[in-house]
Write a protein that binds this ligand. Sequence first.
Ligand SMILES: Cc1cc2nc3c(=O)[nH]c(=O)nc-3n(C[C@H](O)[C@H](O)[C@H](O)COP(=O)(O)OP(=O)(O)OC[C@H]3O[C@@H](n4cnc5c(N)ncnc54)[C@H](O)[C@@H]3O)c2cc1C
Length: 339
Amino acid sequence: MKNFTYYRPLSLEAAVALLDNRWGTTELLAGGTDLLDLQKEYIAQPDKVVSLTFIQDPVFTRIEVPQILPGTKPTVSIGAAVKIADIAEHAELKNLFPALTDAAAQVGGPQIRNMGTLGGNLCQRNRCWYFRDEHVLCLLKGGRRCFASDGENRYHAIFTKGHPCVIVHPSTLAPALIALGASVEVVGPSGKRTIELNKFFQAPTKPDQREHVLAPNEIVVRVLIPVEGLRNASYEVRHKQSYDWPLAQAAVAFRLSGGKATNVRIVLGHVAPIPHVATEAQKVVEGQTITRELAEQAGEAATVGAAPLSQNAYKVHLVKVAVKRALLLASGAQPDWAI
Ligand SMILES: Cc1cc2nc3c(=O)[nH]c(=O)nc-3n(C[C@H](O)[C@H](O)[C@H](O)COP(=O)(O)OP(=O)(O)OC[C@H]3O[C@@H](n4cnc5c(N)ncnc54)[C@H](O)[C@@H]3O)c2cc1C
């Protein structure tokens, strides 16, 4: 690991002031479950590491669920420093947003969930093995080509059109939060701004880009989720009892009134460089009663536009299964599969 200077600011403003306005020279440290690996692998070689763990600002460190009264439009606030385990175990969040708490409960293992934070989860770097190998000069490290596009690509994207780099976005919380209509509040040198989460992620293609649109001197403060009374669920397909990231995920949210689903959102994880909104599948479900047949049709529609690589066509089928099961779970149907 390259030597660095370690900073322990006590406020978000002091942390922002320590950050450079270009990527690479400074890094934020939250739980460290991704950053330390990146440093040990020489993928991140910062001169300064700015710890966020001494900041006590409650907006940054707490979960706030307001009283939910008829006729109000409450918003839940989850600080970026909140641990993934605390999200997974929060009783009110479980009741309102099972898509989020179920996704959180399946992240890594207990150690990762008890160290990893919400902010770190949204800003973690991708897991492509070419990117993570210090000896490989891929597109994201200033090289000329993406080695995964015609190399070892069984865990890579299947929605590849228009993407010179075929990583999958690594966060399983992100698809759930996008389906729930969440936004992020961030702070930088000119103060705070709010970004809708469906505009927060980007597909990086060069070294001066990350998997999100934050400026190098901005920090995620909290995630805001509107309480809209939506049915919601997330379903992941993984290797059996795996500690690893899912192979495919679907997060869904919709309003159910008079037996019909409206305001349908279906977001796929781990199949594209950013969380993938399955618009064709949403159209299939909008205004309809969710039956097993309809959920299956939505699964088919979710794969429209897929262009798998040489080793990952199997993920097309996993997407169909994930969408179908997430829709059935959210609609309240009894699972007819082993869980
Ligand atoms: C074995 C294993 C399995 C895993 N499985 C999953 C999985 O199934 N699903 C999943 O989603 N994740 C998975 N993860 C990833 C894990 O969720 C992340 O490593 C963790 O969430 C990162 O949080 P952290 O607080 O440790 O971040 P850190 O490692 O401290 O930081 C990660 C990155 O985020 C930046 N950052 C941190 N906080 C902020 C902030 N507030 N504002 C701006 N930038 C910030 C840092 O600068 C750094 O670049 C797994 C990890 C491991 C090791």
